[in-house]
Design a protein around this ligand. Structure first.
Ligand code: ADP
Ligand code: MN
Length: 179
């Protein structure tokens, strides 16, 4: 299979990380300045029913991975997207030019999840996920190590510096492809 990234003029970025690490907030912050399209996988799954039901215990949808990948294939192969999801091993490797894994200190993350009103079981599950760097390991196993970047996202300052970094990266990618 040909590497589709050679064809893309605009990059695809995956923003992943434990729920509450700030994926959606950061994505929305860089949308306008990068000119990329935003794909919030959770919202899409709800909207289009790309799931096998709702897990009451964890208060979350059980994804139908094949349906999600099929639904996104056309948009993503064209390039120019930010994909926001709290897991990353269901997507084809060829989709992404950059994989950002957001990280948050445990005490800060705990507060964010509590403020969301998550049930205790779901808070504990997500805190464990962050402690054991589950998403970072998953990203490293699923994508080439050169494109996986870990970003601390504890404060507003962190968020602004992460946003500038993304903007600069997108600018460089586009400049290279348009030479
Ligand atoms: P995710 O999409 O990863 O689940 P959100 O973007 O919804 O996370 O953010 C979770 C909560 O944390 C929101 O209330 C958001 O305002 C806050 N938040 C996100 N990023 C930061 C940050 N860098 N500093 C402080 N608060 C943040
Ligand atoms: Mn989100």
């Amino acid at each position: 299979e040909q590497d589709a990234s050679f064809e893309r003029i605009n990059p695809n970025i995956l923003i992943t990380g434990t729920p509450g690490t700030g994926k959606s907030t950061l994505s929305e912050l860089v949308l306008e300045s990068t000119g990329l399209c935003y794909i919030n996988v959770n919202e899409l799954v709800k909207e289009k029913g790309l799931h096998e039901g709702f897990d009451q215990e964890f208060q979350s949808y059980i994804l139908d991975d094949d349906k999600v990948v099929d639904e996104l294939e056309d948009a993503v192969s064209n390039g120019g997207n930010i994909v926001d999801y709290h897991s990353c091993d269901l997507f084809p490797e060829r989709w992404f030019d950059l994989v950002l894994v957001l990280r948050t200190d445990i005490t800060i993350l705990y507060d964010r999840l509590e403020k969301r009103g998550y049930p205790q079981k779901k808070i504990t599950e997500n805190i464990d996920c962050e402690i054991f760097q589950v998403i970072l390991e998953e990203a490293r196993e699923s994508y080439s190590s050169e494109i996986v970047i870990e970003l601390q996202n504890n404060t507003i300052q962190d968020m602004e510096s992460n946003a500038s970094r993304i903007e600069q990266w997108v600018y460089n990618f586009k400049a290279q492809k348009n030479q």
